[in-house]
Design a protein around this ligand. Structure first.
Ligand SMILES: NC(=O)c1ccc[n+]([C@@H]2O[C@H](COP(=O)([O-])OP(=O)(O)OC[C@H]3O[C@@H](n4cnc5c(N)ncnc54)[C@H](O)[C@@H]3O)[C@@H](O)[C@H]2O)c1
Length: 264
């Protein structure tokens, strides 16, 4: 028997990186998966690979997200899993952030996750229960310079996870995963920049001696969604190869980006 047999999942940000790999892992473990992303082409491609459903939705638009969850639930005959994963950021000193950019990052990384809970929890309860996992970050547990709105939003996702775990117990288990430095389209632009040595710097700070892969996080999400984690709720599982044992994850990256921009 596979780990997620009989489960019906929605994955936000499922068109790329960690979300896409989690869609594949969930499907391989027997779940039906609805891939939800603001990028239609990417959502369609992942859904096609895994014979899943595809929704083009911006998680900051509650009505659209809610309509997609209801439709997915109708078509999959209920919903038991949500992976609240869409997110991303820019880097800047605090006083240089435009107010609109601050709001955009908090809306995407925090309000988008709240929208996920609000839309999916009633459906999961009505379907008999399940699990919700949200993507936080080591930026929330050990923030670095240059990522204030993102770090604040990701720390808040951990607090939201704890509140939700209490509200939805015992029917829905609620946890967060905090990835360290993972090679995805979000990070590879920086990791692959020649001459700045970011990959080496990040690897040197990681006791397990490598940059993470989307599969490293997808496996943790599948674990948290599965019955193997049946006594785990309200937790933030840090999967960073041990990086934050040494302090902040992306410390120094703002300096690298500032230097890079000044050369253009
Ligand atoms: N890659 C890392 O090192 C790392 C580390 C810690 C946390 N994270 C978090 O992991 C999650 C996934 O990141 P990733 O590295 O796979 O990035 P990614 O850019 O590869 O994937 C993110 C996906 O989210 C989608 N998305 C963005 N805004 C959206 C919106 N408003 N509505 C719906 N979908 C939207 C994008 O189109 C993309 O497909 C994010 O929450 C990110 O903050 C990543």
């Amino acid at each position: 028997m596979a780990l997620l047999d009989g489960h019906r999942a929605v994955v936000t940000g499922g068109g790329s990186g960690i979300g896409a790999e989690t869609c594949r892992r969930m499907a391989a473990e027997g779940a039906q998966v609805a891939v939800l992303d603001v990028n239609a082409e990417h959502a369609d491609a992942v859904a096609k690979e895994i014979d899943g459903l595809s929704y083009t939705v911006d998680v900051t638009d509650f009505d659209a997200l809610s309509a997609a969850m209801l439709d997915a639930s109708d078509r999959m005959h209920g919903l038991s899993l949500l992976f609240n994963n869409a997110g991303g950021s820019t880097l800047s000193p605090i006083h240089d952030y435009d107010v609109s950019e601050w709001r955009r990052i908090v809306e995407l990384n925090l309000t988008g996750v709240f929208h996920g809970f609000k839309a999916a929890a009633p459906i999961i309860l009505a379907s008999g229960g399940g699990a919700i996992v949200s993507t936080a970050s080591i930026s929330g547990t050990r923030p670095a310079a240059g990522e204030a709105p993102y770090a604040a939003a990701k720390a808040a996702v951990v607090a939201l996870t704890a509140s939700a775990a209490l509200e939805y117990a015992p029917t829905i288990r609620v946890n967060a995963v905090s990835p360290g430095m993972i090679r995805t389209p979000l990070t590879e632009l920086l990791l692959d920049q020649r001459g700045i040595g970011l990959e080496e710097q990040q690897r040197a700070k990681t006791p397990l001696d490598r940059i993470g892969t989307p599969a490293d996080i997808a496996d943790v999400v599948v674990f948290l969604c599965s019955d193997l984690a049946r006594f785990v709720t309200g937790q933030n599982l840090v999967a960073d190869g041990g990086m934050t044992l040494h302090g902040s994850g992306i410390d120094g990256v703002l300096d690298v980006v500032t230097e890079l921009l000044s050369q253009r």
